[in-house]
Design a binder for this molecule. Structure first.
Ligand SMILES: Cc1cc2nc3c(=O)[nH]c(=O)nc-3n(C[C@H](O)[C@H](O)[C@H](O)COP(=O)(O)O)c2cc1C
Length: 132
């Protein structure tokens, strides 16, 4: 199985309907055997995807072509023996969500490799501390 973690930024002037985007992602990912999670803070995204290598690559190509975001940077790409983010179709966390964001993120990333976990926690800390 392949695991890819990337970050990207909302394109200038773009608006994303989170519910509609998640519905599309979950429909496609369910079909393709892809699971993972997606963080959004209104400006930036961090997504982890896991699944059959060719399906993950195809999905990433599709996501790269999406003009609603830009500056996609793949932070980590590795083969994994089993899913590290659980069987979520695409767990979604928004900074505006209720509850302790950091705690939920830590729960969700508990099985990920130390490097991937550190990357995600760093992103979350940065994005939750800065008010802009
Ligand atoms: C931050 C971000 C994350 C996305 N994640 C996924 C995803 O996990 N799976 C997916 O199929 N599409 C995802 N999309 C949407 C794709 O860019 C694209 O719009 C969609 O795959 C097209 O699907 P369709 O051809 O079935 O309409 C994401 C888009 C953005 C901006």
């Amino acid at each position: 199985m392949l695991q890819i973690v990337y970050v990207s930024s909302l394109a200038p002037g773009a608006r994303i309907d989170a519910a509609a985007m998640l519905a599309t992602a979950r429909r496609n990912n369910g079909r393709d055997g892809i699971t993972g999670m997606l963080f959004a803070d209104g400006k930036r995204f961090l997504q982890a995807m896991e699944g059959p290598p060719e399906k993950v690559e195809t999905t990433l190509s599709r996501i790269r072509r999406d003009p609603r975001h830009r500056a996609i940077v793949v932070l980590s790409k590795r083969n994994i023996a089993q899913r590290e983010f659980g069987a979520w179709d695409m767990a979604h966390y928004d900074r505006a969500d209720e509850g302790d964001f950091g705690t939920r993120v830590r729960e969700l990333t508990s099985a990920a490799s130390p490097a991937v976990r550190a990357t995600i926690e760093g992103f979350v800390a940065l994005r939750t501390e800065r008010p802009d």
